[in-house]
Design a protein around this ligand. Structure first.
Ligand code: ZN
Ligand code: ZN
Length: 395
């Protein structure tokens, strides 16, 4: 008697309930799931050939599958494509059912057959089963792209242009952070990756950031660099910049001061305000009962001449062991500018984004030691505070 879906349900139920997770071989379980995925793909293919999706009011098989089986668009189209092409590739179907190749490898082969169009008979099943045994899915995809290019260069160009239309970048605020999602064309992605990678190396042996965090910081640095170069086009008459609204108390980081705000009213910490004030353009606004009564002249905390002088003295960031070129740094005031520190060469150091953040938000201290400076990590700062300030603290 043939096994029915009900029997399979009962067997899966028993397996879930009675078999200890620790006793299951994950490789064998994966093979079984992969075989069922292949079966599922053939089942939905057969259903759409019968026109089940039309009977249920869906104009496309993909939307029917998305809706009835709660699948994403890409998963639904994948299963339909695999179901369609496995029928014509008995050797691949058999290798999948014997557990010799996985579902994802079979899927790469099916998608390649789909993309090859008229040239699909050129696909050698045995050769691709061999590839699937020897290569990762990533390599299989690369091999598939190459074969597509060789056999159908015009189709490859058409695909490239179609893919290009899919590009997007979304930058949105969520839970107090910015989230980036996007798809970029191969050339744009490669140039972005090489620029980010160039700035995402560890900056010293104490650099405890993860590689993902270093890449996020590298993106911020690239954007700051572009903004500070002053070459970005103006929008509504002004070049791109960020605006922070604060009070004198907020600027000094006094306890009880109202929160400083980024444009749009987003509160930011007084430590960040102090870092931004190290190298910003400041404009005094006097208010009486919330009404602006006077606006002062905009002044830079470090003049272009002072910044040029500082850059002439240094080749790179002054952070310990840091080789970030001085053009990728901003001026930091050893005695904070917001605490009255002066913008003279003795009180200023060029710091890269990472090290500037460490000394403002990260709790590090910079102190003068003879002609040079010393960077003291937060744990030693706390120890020193417990003993009382022995040497002059950087503001
Ligand atoms: Zn600073
Ligand atoms: Zn640095």
């Amino acid at each position: 008697m043939p096994i029915e879906l009900e029997d399979l349900k009962a067997a899966v139920g028993d397996f879930e309930r009675d078999v200890d997770d620790g006793d299951v071989d994950p490789v064998e379980l994966r093979q079984l799931i992969d075989r069922l995925e292949a079966k599922f793909s053939r089942v939905v293919r057969r259903a759409t050939e019968r026109g089940d999706h039309l009977l249920r009011g869906h104009c496309s098989a993909v939307s029917w599958l998305m809706n009835t089986c709660t699948m994403s668009q890409s998963s639904a189209s994948d299963r339909l494509c695999v179901g369609k092409h496995l029928e014509s590739m008995p050797k691949v179907a058999q290798a999948l059912s014997f557990g010799e190749i996985g579902y994802q490898s079979a899927s790469v082969i099916c998608h390649l057959r789909d993309r090859l169009g008229q040239q699909r008979d050129e696909l050698d099943e045995e050769q691709w089963i061999r590839y699937a045994r020897e290569h990762s899915i990533k390599n299989m995809n690369a091999l598939s792209d190459h074969m597509r290019y060789v056999l159908d260069p015009d189709g490859f160009d058409r695909d490239t242009e179609q893919n290009y239309e899919e590009r997007f970048l979304d930058v949105s605020e969520m839970n107090g952070m910015y989230h980036l999602t996007g798809v970029i064309d191969p050339e744009g992605g490669a140039v972005l990756k090489s620029a980010v990678d160039a700035l995402a190396k560890k900056l010293d042996q104490d650099d405890g950031r993860t590689s993902k965090q270093r890449r996020a910081d590298a993106s911020t640095e690239i954007v700051y660099h572009a903004v500070e170069a002053g070459t970005l086009p103006r929008r509504n008459g002004v070049r791109p910049h960020i605006t922070v609204t604060t009070t004198l108390e907020g600027l000094k980081g006094e306890v009880g001061a109202a929160a400083s705000e980024l444009q749009g009213g987003k509160p930011i910490s007084s430590k960040t305000v102090q870092r931004l004030a190290c190298d910003g353009t400041l404009c005094r606004v006097l208010k009486a009962d919330s009404v602006v009564v006077d606006v002062g002249r905009a002044t830079r905390s470090v003049s272009p001449a002072q910044w040029r002088g500082l850059k002439a003295r240094h080749r790179s960031c002054s952070g310990p062991g840091c080789d970030r070129p001085v053009n990728w740094t901003s001026p930091h005031h050893i005695e904070f500018w917001s605490h009255g520190g002066e913008s003279n060469l003795r009180n200023m150091l060029p710091l890269c984004y990472y090290h500037h953040r460490l000394v403002h938000e990260g709790g590090w201290q910079v102190v003068r030691a003879g002609e040079g400076v010393k960077f003291i990590p937060p744990d030693r700062v706390i120890a020193r505070r417990a003993r009382g300030p022995g040497m002059r603290r950087a503001a």
